[in-house]
Design a protein around this ligand. Sequence first.
Ligand SMILES: Nc1nc2c(c(=O)[nH]1)N[C@H]1C(S)=C(S)[C@@H](COP(=O)(O)O)O[C@H]1N2
Ligand SMILES: [Mo]
Length: 185
Amino acid sequence: MVKRINSACLKSACVIAIYVGALGTAGAQTAAPMAGMDAAKAPAPASTSLAVTVDGKTTTFSVTDLKAMPQKNVTAHNEHTKAMESYSGVALGDVLAKAGFAVSTATHRTMLRSYLKAEGTDRYWVLYSVTEVEGSEHEGEVIVAISMDGRGLGADGEIKLVSTEDKKPQRWVRNLTAIEMKSAE
Ligand SMILES: Nc1nc2c(c(=O)[nH]1)N[C@H]1C(S)=C(S)[C@@H](COP(=O)(O)O)O[C@H]1N2
Ligand SMILES: [Mo]
């Protein structure tokens, strides 16, 4: 008896699984073509400000606000353009400090156990660990760039996240619009 019900259920479950599988593939192709890979190149809407959330409190930086902060220049190899690119902007650690998170003996452990979700206007997002964006802790630089090679960022918008240590530009977020700090604890 139990066996018979099981085999009937299995059959219909199988049909549903095939149907859902086909839908899933079609959906993935229209909604998010190969997220994280190179296929999606639809231009993202221009970002004009960056909202940084720390401990549930959001601080919004305009491009003018970012220009008024200490500027940092970095040079990074872009594996896609096969060229060295020079960016300037604000160290992400400085942006975080202004938004409420600064490294100290009191916050050190929180830093070690927290991460950042960085998102563009097109909803493309990536993670960084907080430790790797702090200049006091990590060799590589992560900056909120507002210019490249002395000019604007062009099609990449007005605000772009750039890191110097990644071998590929996949965590460089064009049209950066939001950064959220989260604890992994
Ligand atoms: N906003 C946004 N930033 C993004 C992406 C994206 O889809 N949207 N793609 C990423 C990926 S996967 C790569 S490899 C790099 C470089 O893309 P590019 O060569 O088209 O500039 O941008 C990254 N930044
Ligand atoms: Mo990519």
